[in-house]
Write a protein of this length. Structure first.
Length: 256
């Protein structure tokens, strides 16, 4: 049974993305820990400046500068930064442009306790998004592996069956092979239904809005030759099994 599917390539792509997301989650854990340990800025009179207040920082690497350094050494280090992308651009993409602007050296904002908490809150929200992505990827890899196993099992049986030509089979053997192909088609149909259910669902935690699985699939496989590797692979197997069944029926009619 010569059926080439894109499911193995999809598994490799999804696992690569899993590794990327896991690395970024670890980076955010470290980033949040480092930000919590950054000393906030203090203005004259010993009173912490309110969020957005500008103060002269000189060459001091505390405050916002320390937050930028922490981001650069953690999240940005694993974020897959494009050539020439600045720390500001990466931070804007990860934590939002408003926060990136407030943390930029040209802005001169003071890192007040409230502002530091905003940074931690933004990073925590981003961690939630990444955990949701990790959960969706886990479901995707499981779906791909199940589909791959189903396709491979059918392929192996058809290959073994093809080792005995139809002309060597009597009526009962031909009927058994036809029934077995029916079973294979049923398994394909169940696999397709299960996959469609996953595609139409979403992944979320604690009642928060989650990630639509179809959107994840569109993102993951945009560089593959097919948009839906599982459904495409199952369809190819169905076509082969149906062709085999037609050949079996043709021989059955000759035996009647």
């Amino acid at each position: 049974m010569t059926v080439e599917t894109r499911i193995p390539a999809a598994i490799e792509r999804a696992r690569d993305e899993q590794a990327t997301v896991d690395a970024k989650l670890t980076a955010y854990d470290t980033f949040v820990d480092r930000v919590r340990n950054v000393t906030t800025d203090v203005v004259s009179g010993g009173v912490s400046a309110p969020t957005g207040t500008t103060v002269a920082t000189g060459t001091n690497r505390g405050g916002c500068a320390a937050v930028r350094d922490a981001f650069d050494a953690t999240v940005r280090d694993v974020a897959g930064v494009a050539d020439g992308e600045s720390v500001f651009e990466t931070m804007a993409g990860e934590l939002g442009e408003e926060l990136a602007v407030a943390l930029a050296p040209t802005t001169g904002s003071a890192l007040t306790p409230a502002f530091k908490e905003q940074v931690v809150s933004a990073a925590t929200d981003r961690r939630f998004q990444l955990r949701t992505m990790a959960s969706a990827l886990e479901r995707e890899v499981s779906s791909l592996e199940n589909a791959s196993e189903a396709v491979e099992t059918i392929r192996e049986w058809v290959d073994r069956a093809d080792g005995t030509p139809l002309t060597a089979l009597d009526f009962d053997d031909l009927r058994e092979r036809h029934d077995r192909l029916d079973d294979c088609l049923g398994r394909c149909e169940r696999q397709a239904r299960t996959r469609q259910t996953l595609l139409n669902g979403s992944t979320g935690e604690h009642g928060r809005v989650g990630l639509e699985h179809r959107c994840l699939v569109d993102y993951l496989y945009e560089d593959l030759p097919v948009d839906h590797p599982v459904l495409d692979g199952v369809t190819a197997v169905v076509a082969t099994c149906e062709r085999c069944q037609r050949n079996v029926r043709a021989h059955l009619t000759r035996c009647v």
